[in-house]
Design a protein around this ligand. Structure first.
Ligand code: SF4
Ligand code: SF4
Length: 429
């Protein structure tokens, strides 16, 4: 694998492909830690029998915890190091599937009356027990959002999915609009919010038609579909809020402080499952795409599936070139050095590209990187400060505001990998 160059123009989209179901892997792998949780307690040992939904570990972050649920029934057969979505080697619990699909508790069916009686604290408790996090890739624990003390008046649903080649959220909306709308209705009730906006790209008429048609079934819900820009990074929540409401959220301020709460499409469907059925996040929708894969697909899979198996499901690698493997979207994802990786809860996609050598050239001071930066930063100056190991300059250049969106690398005339300098700069400060 080559861990550097990303050329993503001219690749066929998976947006019109129905979601393939790959739900019976022989083994699944459950991460005991992740990028947000540096430590974790493990509750099982080799030889233990587990069921779906059983808590097998507890990941611990700086101010939150994440229960880890088994996503199959079967037997714990070992502990293995594999690559995580972050690109790092991580320890995973290995579970052999017995294909009996036994749950640790039967799935519950809350009635509308029971849901109406839930308080904001109940929402926080249920989403914590179900280990719901930002499934658009943020992995931010949803229960923390339900612990806000700020009054929320508007819920925004991020259906923009702006990174190129990603389409699993698009397919969720088309295939399950009812779950999206019910998830939003629960969020509206929980926060006692006045309205909700579902933000989608302007160009997707199919999503607009599907959602507006579904909403006619719920005339009492104040939910509107808003068509925002087709550009990247329109899905960055600050940019999306600005397009949808004309409100600029200042850097470092949470949208909740302005009465706004944002959920991704997959997360809102996760909320529907948690509230309606007490169902933890066991499966997710995911895109495997790129010109280095034979049959790009959207896939519904069990959390903990092996990337290698999914590549085989998609017909294997295409072409004799070396491959560039990216966990996540092509702009913000992390490079993998091997395909020995696991699809975790917050892994939206994997992009497999055929390596095309490019030569990095000296900076020509064209300022393309500056004009393209959505956070208003100066990537070329950040690069220079990193080279000079100048932390003070990096502070002054406001590197903390960088969202690692990848635009500066993408637009650089000299093909300089500026985002890598930004990543280093963030580590330095
Ligand atoms: S990655 Fe580059 S373009 Fe994106 S926010 Fe950071 S400096 Fe700006
Ligand atoms: S886009 Fe590239 S070549 Fe142009 S100023 Fe920025 S770093 Fe230099």
């Amino acid at each position: 694998m080559i861990a550097k160059t990303r050329q993503i123009k001219g690749i066929v989209s998976t947006v019109s492909l129905p979601t393939l179901r790959y739900l019976n892997p022989e083994y699944i792998y459950l991460a005991t830690t992740n990028a947000r949780c540096a430590t974790g307690d493990v509750y099982v040992k080799v030889g233990d029998k587990v069921k779906i939904g059983q808590v097998v570990a507890l990941r611990k972050g700086p101010f939150f915890e994440q229960p880890v649920h088994s996503t199959v029934s079967g037997e714990v057969v070992g502990f293995e190091k594999k690559f995580h979505r972050s690109g790092k080697l991580t320890e995973f619990i290995k579970v052999k599937n017995d294909f009996k699909d036994e749950w640790v508790h039967p799935l519950y069916e809350r009635t509308d009356e029971e849901i109406d009686a839930l308080t904001l604290e109940d929402y926080a408790r249920i989403t914590k027990e179900c280990s719901l996090v930002g499934l658009g890739g943020s992995s931010f624990p949803t229960y923390i959002k339900f612990q806000t003390k700020d009054p929320i008046h508007t819920i925004l649903i991020n259906g923009v999915e702006c990174e190129p080649m990603l389409s699993s959220d698009h397919r969720i909306i088309l295939e399950h609009p009812r779950r999206v709308v019910l998830g939003i209705s629960y969020a509206l009730k929980a926060f006692k919010a006045k309205k909700a906006l579902i933000c989608i790209k302007k160009k997707y008429q199919d999503l607009y038609d599907c959602l507006t048609s579904e909403l006619t079934r719920y005339p009492d819900l104040n939910i509107e579909v808003v068509r925002v820009g087709n550009y990247y990074p329109q899905g960055w929540e600050i940019e999306m809020i600005k397009s949808a409401l004309g409100v600029r959220v200042p850097t470092g301020v949470l949208p909740a402080k302005l009465g706004l709460m944002v959920f991704n499409v997959s997360t809102i469907v996760g909320l529907y499952r948690a509230i309606k059925h007490n169902e933890p996040v066991i499966k997710r929708n995911y895109t495997l795409s790129g010109d280095g894969i034979k049959i790009p697909q959207n896939i519904r899979l069990r959390i903990g599936s092996s990337l290698k198996e999914l590549i085989n499901v998609c017909g294997g690698y295409k072409g004799d070139e070396d491959k560039v493997l990216i966990m996540g979207g092509p702009m913000m994802g992390a490079n993998l050095v091997r395909d020995d990786a696991v699809i975790t809860k917050t892994c939206t996609s994997t992009i497999v590209l055929n390596y095309k050598p490019t030569v990095e050239e000296p900076c020509v001071r064209c300022a393309s990187c500056v004009y393209s930066c959505p956070a208003g930063l100066q990537p070329v100056a950040i690069m220079q400060a990193v080279k000079n190991k100048d932390k003070d300059a990096l502070q002054k250049l406001n590197i903390k505001a960088c969202i690692l969106c990848g635009m500066c690398s993408y637009t650089c005339t000299s093909k300089i990998h500026l985002t890598e300098y930004c990543r280093k700069a963030k580590r330095m400060v």
